[in-house]
Design a binder for this molecule. Structure first.
Ligand SMILES: Cc1cc2nc3c(=O)[nH]c(=O)nc-3n(C[C@H](O)[C@H](O)[C@H](O)COP(=O)(O)OP(=O)(O)OC[C@H]3O[C@@H](n4cnc5c(N)ncnc54)[C@H](O)[C@@H]3O)c2cc1C
Length: 491
């Protein structure tokens, strides 16, 4: 389905058009999937299994997108997604993960105020290295929950949207007793810091109207101990995948689509699934011809993309407290720190420092070495005589042209229904990706579901057009008899 950037006549002979249709025999429809992250791979798998001719074009030299399991330490570590949010049978990825026998390490039960963690196994420190008493952390957690509950009242009262930070300041005006001082204030900032990490955005940009719109599956949060990549590779088996194919133009006609990649090659098919990150769509580096409708462009512009990064430090030995996470509290949420202790879950001496929002953007301006030093200095507040790491990895999801951000969130003043508009197809273009997920944005299982949904929309479109039910197999979400329970532990 591809051609070189040559003369028109050469082009015509090399471009593979959809096969001519005869009255009796019609070949199965062709689809190009743009983007090989979880959404694109899930869509490609589903369409391939439903007898479509599928080609997947991926700009990077690897699959997975914001799933990026690195093996350079000699064992897997995830630079992107690492938790299964909702370690339960209802999770659409559970049957696959269960069948692959991939173990999970659960870091929290349901509905924790700290999202992916609870307060079972942690240690928080003040900037002078003294440990924060656990009773204080629990007490401040209860206050934080009360504050968030109060913001719900404000949301109901106010017709205009505002930031979650503004809402919290109104809560303090109304209920000054919730305002905390000294160390308790710092701990409260740390809770806010973790909330900002969850949304990958600063609290002054997160929409009050939109912040609790996403659904959390039950089962708490489970770390993928052996990394997320095996899930991608399993889904991608047998699919025609072209790595290093950066799409620059998407042209659609009544009869099909023509996709142009960076080196001028073109691909033709009956339909396309656009599964690139929202950040990439925002940057306009992929041209649409004719241009996308105004409502689609507005949705692309108005749904937010945040930033969270990982600085992964590999040490000779694990010399820090044997807890699931370490934190440093501070006067502002931005000055607080959070380290995920992978030693607890994987037995490897690794700490993952995760900054978000403006702090993450500032750190992206540093070199890898400077960023690693920065994370190490935060660790020294907890363990002053910490030995230097032997290896490190630094993610740059904000400046990477293949992602241009970490994941979507609702920004102040923009209606929540925009997400639905991101998803709605335009002619024979179908859209998938975490940002198009109404219920589970910003997650791997959300991205997976949108891939399946786009594939099903595409299949239905062809059924409507040709009415040829036998040609296209039903999209199987999961084969129940093969499903196996999730392997979940916590030590
Ligand atoms: C640091 C971090 C931590 C996270 N933690 C978690 C977590 O613990 N649990 C969780 O559930 N979620 C987590 N997420 C979110 C999760 O990773 C994403 O929601 C999900 O992986 C997105 O999948 P996707 O298919 O929508 O997009 P992507 O994975 O970004 O896939 C899009 C693909 O399109 C490709 N592409 C881009 N431009 C082009 C182009 N022009 N032509 C062709 N291809 C192109 C990209 O290279 C990429 O492979 C995290 C994300 C980050 C960044």
């Amino acid at each position: 389905m591809e051609s070189g950037a040559k003369s028109n006549s050469e082009l015509r002979s090399e471009i593979c058009y959809p096969k001519p249709q005869t009255q009796q025999v019609r070949s199965s429809p062709s689809v190009i999937v743009i983007g090989g992250g979880m959404a694109g791979v899930a869509a490609a798998r589903a369409l391939h299994d439903a007898s479509f001719q599928v080609t997947l074009l991926e700009s990077r030299d690897r699959l997975g997108g914001r799933i990026h399991t690195d093996y350079s330490f000699g064992f897997p570590v995830d630079l992107g997604a690492s938790w299964l949010h909702g370690a339960c049978d209802e999770n659409p990825l559970a049957p696959l993960i269960g069948r692959l026998g991939l173990p999970l390490y659960r870091t929290s039960e349901d509905n924790s105020v700290l999202y992916d963690h609870d307060l079972e196994s942690y240690a928080l420190f003040d900037t002078d290295g003294s440990q924060v008493p656990p009773e204080l952390v629990t007490k401040v957690g209860i206050t934080f929950e009360t504050i968030l509950k109060e913001t719900e009242t404000i949301r109901e009262e106010e017709s205009e949207d505002m930031s979650i930070l503004r809402a919290i300041s109104i809560v303090f005006e109304r209920r000054p007793e919730l305002r905390l001082e000294g160390l308790a204030h710092k701990v409260l900032q740390w809770y806010l810091c973790r909330m900002e990490g969850w949304f990958s955005a600063d609290a002054n940009t997160i929409s009050l109207k939109g912040w609790d719109q996403e659904e959390l599956l039950p089962g708490g949060h489970g770390l993928m101990v052996r990394g997320y990549l095996p899930v991608i590779h399993t889904l991608a088996k047998g699919i025609d995948i072209r790595l290093g194919h950066r799409v620059t133009k998407v042209s659609r006609h009544y009869t099909g689509v023509k996709i142009t990649v960076e080196n001028g090659k073109t691909f033709k098919a009956d339909a396309a699934i656009v599964a690139v990150p929202l950040g990439v769509l925002k940057a306009n580096v992929m041209k649409f011809e004719p241009k996308l409708p105004d409502w689609k462009e507005a949705a692309i512009a108005d749904v937010g993309v945040g930033l969270e990064n990982k600085i992964i430090l590999h040490f000779e030995t694990a010399f820090w407290p044997n807890v699931e996470f370490l934190g440093v509290v501070a006067d502002t949420s931005q000055n607080c720190s959070y380290f995920l202790n992978l030693h607890k879950a994987t037995s490897h001496p690794v700490l993952v420092y995760m900054p978000s929002g403006k702090l993450a953007r500032d750190i992206e301006k540093m070199s890898d070495q400077e960023a690693a030093n920065f994370a190490f200095m935060q660790l020294k507040k907890v363990v002053p005589d910490a030995p230097a790491p032997i290896q490190f990895l630094v993610s740059r999801w904000g400046s990477d042209v293949n992602s241009l951000g970490s994941y979507s969130y609702n920004i102040v003043g923009k209606p929540h229904h925009l997400v639905e508009r991101l998803r709605i197809p335009v002619d024979n273009l179908f859209f998938a990706g975490e940002a198009t997920s109404i219920n589970y944005p910003g997650s791997v299982h959300g991205a997976y579901s949108t891939g399946l949904m786009a594939a099903e929309d595409c299949r239905m479109r062809f059924l409507e057009r040709y009415g040829d039910v036998d040609l296209l197999q039903a999209i199987m979400v999961e084969e129940a008899p093969l499903s196996a329970p999730l392997l979940i532990s916590r030590m």
